[in-house]
Design a protein around this ligand. Sequence first.
Ligand SMILES: *[C@@H]1O[C@H](CO)[C@@H](O)[C@H](O)[C@H]1NC(C)=O
Ligand SMILES: *[C@@H]1O[C@H](CO)[C@@H](O)[C@H](O)[C@H]1NC(C)=O
Ligand SMILES: *[C@@H]1O[C@H](CO)[C@@H](O)[C@H](O)[C@H]1NC(C)=O
Ligand SMILES: *[C@@H]1O[C@H](CO)[C@@H](O)[C@H](O)[C@H]1NC(C)=O
Ligand SMILES: *[C@@H]1O[C@H](CO)[C@@H](O)[C@H](O)[C@H]1NC(C)=O
Ligand SMILES: *[C@@H]1O[C@H](CO)[C@@H](O)[C@H](O)[C@H]1NC(C)=O
Length: 267
Amino acid sequence: MGLFRFFASTILVLFLLSSFSFHSTDAFDPLDPNGNITIKWDVISWAPDGYVAVVTMYNFQQYRHIQAPGWSLGWTWAKKEVIWTMMGGQTTEQGDCSKYKGNIPHCCKKDPTVVDMLPGTPYNQQIANCCKGGVINSWGQDPANAVSSFQISVGAAGTTNKTVRVPKNFTLKAPGPGYTCGPAKIVKPTKFVSADGRRVTQAMMTWNVTCTYSQFLAQKTPTCCVSLSSFYNDTIVPCPTCTCGCQSNGTQRGSCVDFIAVQKRHT
Ligand SMILES: *[C@@H]1O[C@H](CO)[C@@H](O)[C@H](O)[C@H]1NC(C)=O
Ligand SMILES: *[C@@H]1O[C@H](CO)[C@@H](O)[C@H](O)[C@H]1NC(C)=O
Ligand SMILES: *[C@@H]1O[C@H](CO)[C@@H](O)[C@H](O)[C@H]1NC(C)=O
Ligand SMILES: *[C@@H]1O[C@H](CO)[C@@H](O)[C@H](O)[C@H]1NC(C)=O
Ligand SMILES: *[C@@H]1O[C@H](CO)[C@@H](O)[C@H](O)[C@H]1NC(C)=O
Ligand SMILES: *[C@@H]1O[C@H](CO)[C@@H](O)[C@H](O)[C@H]1NC(C)=O
C-alpha cells in the first residue's frame, strides 16, 4: 500500500512536471500571461474566383510593441490560392506566376509573407489602420494605435463559406522570432456598425488566429537572469536560466518576474 502510494505520487509529480515544462516552452510570457496578438480575417465580399478579405491584427498585449522594421505575417494556403491584389500591405515576394497570362497576380507563392506599407503610401493603395511600416503599439499603452490592417483579394479559392479553406501554419515575426500562432478558427462573422451608428453590416465569414509571445522562443536564456546567491561566482551557484522566465509561482521566481515587469513599465 505504501509502495503503491509512493508510485502514484511519483507519477503525479512527473505528470505535473511534464505538463509544466510543455506550457513554459510552448508559448508563455510571464510578464503578460494573457497577452496575445489576434489576427482576424473578415471576408467582406465574394468574387468570381475567390473572395476579398480585410485582415486586421490587434496587439492585445500590455506593453510589448511591435517596433521597426515592423511585423511580417506568413501563412500557407490550403489549396492553390493566389493573391490578385492587395491594399495597405504587400507580399515580400511575388513567386512564380508564369502560368498566368494577361492579368498577373500580386503573389503566387504557396506560403506568402505580407508586410505593411510605409507611411506616405498613395491614398488609393491605403485602407484604414494601414501603412505604418508595420509598427503597432500595445493595447495596454496606446489602444488607438494597437491595430494594423490590410486588404487582400484572393483568387483560385472557394467562393462560399462552405468551400473556402482557411490558410494554415500562420507565422508572425514582430520583427524577430518569439511568437507562436495557433490554427485559424472560424468564428461568428464580425458586425460592422456604420459611423453614424444607424446601420450594421456583417462579414460574409470570419476567422481568427491567435499568436502568443514566448521569451523561450525569442532567446534561449532571458537577459534578465539574476543570481539569487550571495556567492558572486556562477561555478558555485549557476545562474538560473529560469529566474525570469518560469511560469512557476515560487516565491523567489514570482517576485523576480514582478520586479522586471515594474522596471519595464517605467522605461
Ligand atoms: C486575446 O486577448 C484578448 C484581450 O485581452 C482576449 O479578449 C482574448 O480572449 C485573448 N484570446 C485568446 C485566444 O486568449
Ligand atoms: C510551417 O511554417 C514553417 C516556417 O515557415 C515551416 O518550416 C514548416 O515547414 C511549415 N509547415 C507546413 C506544414 O507547411
Ligand atoms: C475574434 O477576434 C476579434 C478581434 O479581436 C474579437 O472581437 C472576437 O471576439 C474574436 N472571436 C473569437 C471567437 O475569439
Ligand atoms: C454560411 O452561410 C450560411 C448561409 O448562406 C449561414 O447559415 C452559415 O451560418 C454560414 N456559416 C458560417 C460559418 O459563417
Ligand atoms: C569560482 O569558484 C571556482 C571554484 O571554487 C574557482 O575556481 C573560480 O576561480 C571562481 N571564479 C571567480 C570568478 O571567482
Ligand atoms: C502567486 O502566488 C501569490 C501568493 O502565493 C499570489 O498572491 C499571486 O497572485 C500569484 N501570482 C500568480 C501570477 O499566480
